[in-house]
Design a protein around this ligand. Structure first.
Ligand SMILES: C[S@@+](CC[C@H](N)C(=O)[O-])C[C@H]1O[C@@H](n2cnc3c(N)ncnc32)[C@H](O)[C@@H]1O
Length: 323
C-alpha cells in the first residue's frame, strides 16, 4: 500500500482508478460489456433457485406470481427461470440497457431442460462466486413440488412463456416479461403489484440505496418480500476486499469516472438500516466473512465508524418482508 491513513492508494490497483480518470475524458460504452453470469442457463437457474430456497427457509412466499429483478445484467435469464418455475409476470430493471439482450433460444431451452429434469442446483466449483451458499444443492422438491412443476411446465404454458420472451413487453395470456433499462422512475412498475423483488450482485452497485429500497417498497403488495445477495468487496479496485473503504470521496469519484455505476460503498448495517427505514422487516440474513482487510484506522474517515461486524462482512444475503 502507498500513502498514509489520509491517502490510501493501492499500487496493484492503480489501473482501474486510472481507467476511471480516463473515462472522464473518453466516455466508453458499457452496454456491450459482460457483467455477470446471466448468459449461462445453469447460472440463471442456480441463482433463481437459491433465492427460492432461501425464501422458503425464511418462511416467506416462495411461489411468487409477480417478480421484479434489479440488475439482471446481460440477459433476463433469471426471469425465464422465474416464469418457468411458476411466476406469471417478470420485470427486469437495470441501470444499463445491454446489447446482448436479444432473445436467446439456447438460454431458454437450457433453463427449461434443467427444470424439466429437476436438476440439482449448480454450485462450486462450477460457480465458485455464486451465493448464497446452501445447506443442500439437491433439487428443492420442498419448494418446487411435482404438482407445482406440472402446472408451471404445462406445454401450452411453456409455449406462452417462450412467445412472451421473444416479444418482451407483449402479454401472452397471463404471461408477461418487461425489461426497463435504464430505469430511473419508480413508476416503471405499478404500485403494490409485485410479490417478490430480488437481486443478485446488484445492490452494492445502485447509486441510491435508500431510493431503491423505497421503490421496491412501493412496488410490493402488502406482505410482499425482497431477497438480495449483496457483495461488499472492492470489485478489483483494491487488493484488500475492503480497500475501497480506504479511498477518499475524491479518489473514489475519480475511479468512478463517467461509468453509469460503480460501487455505493454502503456496508451491511447500512443496507439493513435503509431497508428498515423503508418499511421492511428483515427476516433472515446469511453473512459472508471477509479476510482481515484494511484496518479501521486506515479507512477513509467516513468509514471509520463502521461496526465490527461490518468490518468482518464481505457479503450478505438477506430476505425481508414489507409490512
Ligand atoms: C455485477 S452485475 C450482476 C448481473 C446479474 N445480476 C448477475 O448475477 O450476473 C450488476 C448489475 O447491476 C446493474 N445495476 C447497477 N446499478 C443499478 C441500478 N441502480 N438499478 C438496477 N440495476 C443496476 C448493472 O447494470 C449490472 O447489470
Amino acid at each position: 500500500m502507498l500513502g498514509s491513513r489520509f491517502l490510501y492508494l493501492d499500487r496493484k490497483r492503480v489501473r482501474p482508478i486510472l481507467g476511471g480518470i480516463k473515462s472522464h475524458i473518453f466516455a466508453r460504452p458499457i452496454d456491450e460489456e459482460s457483467v455477470g453470469g446471466n448468459v449461462y442457463p445453469r447460472y440463471c437457474y442456480s441463482v433463481y433457485l437459491r433465492h427460492l430456497v432461501m425464501l422458503h427457509q425464511a418462511g416467506l412466499g416462495s411461489n411468487p406470481e409477480v417478480v421484479a429483478e434489479l440488475g439482471p445484467g446481460n440477459s433476463i435469464g433469471t426471469g425465464i427461470a422465474a416464469l418457468l418455475a411458476g411466476a406469471n409476470e417478470y420485470y427486469g430493471l437495470d441501470a444499463v440497457a445491454y446489447r446482448s439482450m436479444s432473445p436467446d433460444s439456447k438460454l431458454f431451452d437450457g433453463i427449461l431442460d434443467l427444470l424439466q429434469s429437476c436438476a440439482d442446483i449448480p454450485s462450486a466449483p462450477e460457480f465458485p462466486e455464486a451465493k448464497p451458499p446452501l445447506a443442500s444443492y439437491a433439487f428443492p422438491r420442498e419448494v418446487l413440488s411435482p404438482e407445482r412443476l406440472s402446472k408451471a411446465l404445462a406445454p401450452d404454458r411453456v409455449e406462452r412463456i417462450r412467445r412472451a420472451y421473444q416479444r418482451v413487453g407483449e402479454r401472452q395470456g397471463e404471461i408477461l416479461f418487461r425489461y426497463v433499462a435504464p430505469w430511473t422512475d419508480p413508476s416503471s412498475v405499478p404500485l403494490h403489484t409485485v410479490d417478490l423483488v430480488f437481486s443478485q450482485a446488484t445492490m452494492e452497485h445502485v447509486e441510491d440505496v435508500d431510493a431503491t429500497y423505497a421503490a421496491a417498497a412501493s412496488w410490493l403488495k402488502p406482505g410482499g418480500c425482497m431477497s438480495h445477495q449483496v457483495d461488499f468487496r472492492s470489485h478489483g479496485l483494491a487488493s484488500d476486499w475492503n480497500g475501497h473503504w480506504a479511498y477518499s470521496d475524491l479518489v473514489f469519484w475519480m475511479a468512478k469516472g463517467k461509468r453509469p455505476y460503480l460501487l455505493n460503498r454502503q456496508a451491511m448495517s447500512e443496507h439493513l438500516a435503509l431497508a428498515k427505514r423503508n418499511g421492511f422487516e428483515t427476516v433472515s440474513t446469511l453473512l459472508v466473512a471477509g479476510g482481515p482487510g484494511v484496518s479501521r484506522e486506515h479507512l477513509a474517515s467516513r468509514f471509520r465508524h463502521l461496526t465490527e461486524e461490518d468490518l468482518k462482512t464481505s457479503g450478505m444475503y438477506f430476505a425481508a418482508r414489507h409490512a
